[in-house]
Design a protein around this ligand. Sequence first.
Ligand code: PBG
Length: 322
Amino acid sequence: MINRRRRLRASTAIRDLVRETILTPKDFILPIFVVEGENIKEEISSMPGNYHYSVDRLYEIIDEIEKAGIRGIILFGLPDTKDEVGTSAWTDDGIVQRGVRKIKELNKELLVITDICMCQFTSHGHCGIMDGCVIDNDATLHYLEKIALSHAKAGADMVAPSDMMDGRVGAIRNILDENNFKNVSIMSYSAKYSSAFYGPFREAAHSAPQSGDRKTYQMDPANIREAMCEIEDDIKEGADIVMVKPAISYLDVIRWARDRFDVPIAAYSVSGEFAMVKAAAEKGLINEKNIAMEMLTSIKRAGAHIIITYYAIDACRWLKED
Ligand code: PBG
């Protein structure tokens, strides 16, 4: 007797019936970049189809998000001024804080997540406070607390520390609790690798380190057991959601995390993953829709059901077409 697996592949209807992994618009979170200034909507050259928005034009992207059926965004801010300690990251009228307030004004229901990091705001472009040429872990925590608190005050529903300092989740949880923001949740970039896939983002966010690299704080791409330790630490410190980043080259990490931990797992399909597909599609080498949807499906199949992706709006449109 032959096992005729092909019987369940014979038509669209039967394939749909037996499909194990189903993407929905509810899975996606869209990154948004907000800049100082007025009347700005400028395409980001390294990430076609993504824009820098000034606060007064955020309504355009929020409108698109609502129409697509996306429920959450993660906000990145580009300040006008940078200094050694990233002061513009925690001021009340900082670019992220004003962006959050505007988005909440436009749509109260939309889940607003903010990236907690210093690299866009420091003159040296590192994710922490420098002591000579090293990043001072414990000195940085104090600044991360200030940033998280200011985002919560502005109305963020969730903060997402991406700096990779040790102890930051606990420090942020404490400061939020002490200030009566017990209901602001933490999505930690727990397994964040020192990856070349962030290149286009650093151009978009003006956040490349001026000297050196991020290898003393972000993880070595070769390590997976260490990622489990990072995730375990973050959960113990109070992370509500843990993230693996990047996604496509780290599907094994997502799977290990899914099998070992019971908190929700997010994956960030980063700028380089997006830009590679875009570039190949523009050259006519691949079918953009099919490749992008296959990649997103594989991320969910690996075990992440929260997917941060620059393809969020397109993916929602493509899902409707099918
Ligand atoms: C900030 C931050 C980065 C990304 C998200 N938050 C860049 C970095 O760590 O250098 C990357 C996102 C992307 O590539 O899409 N630390």
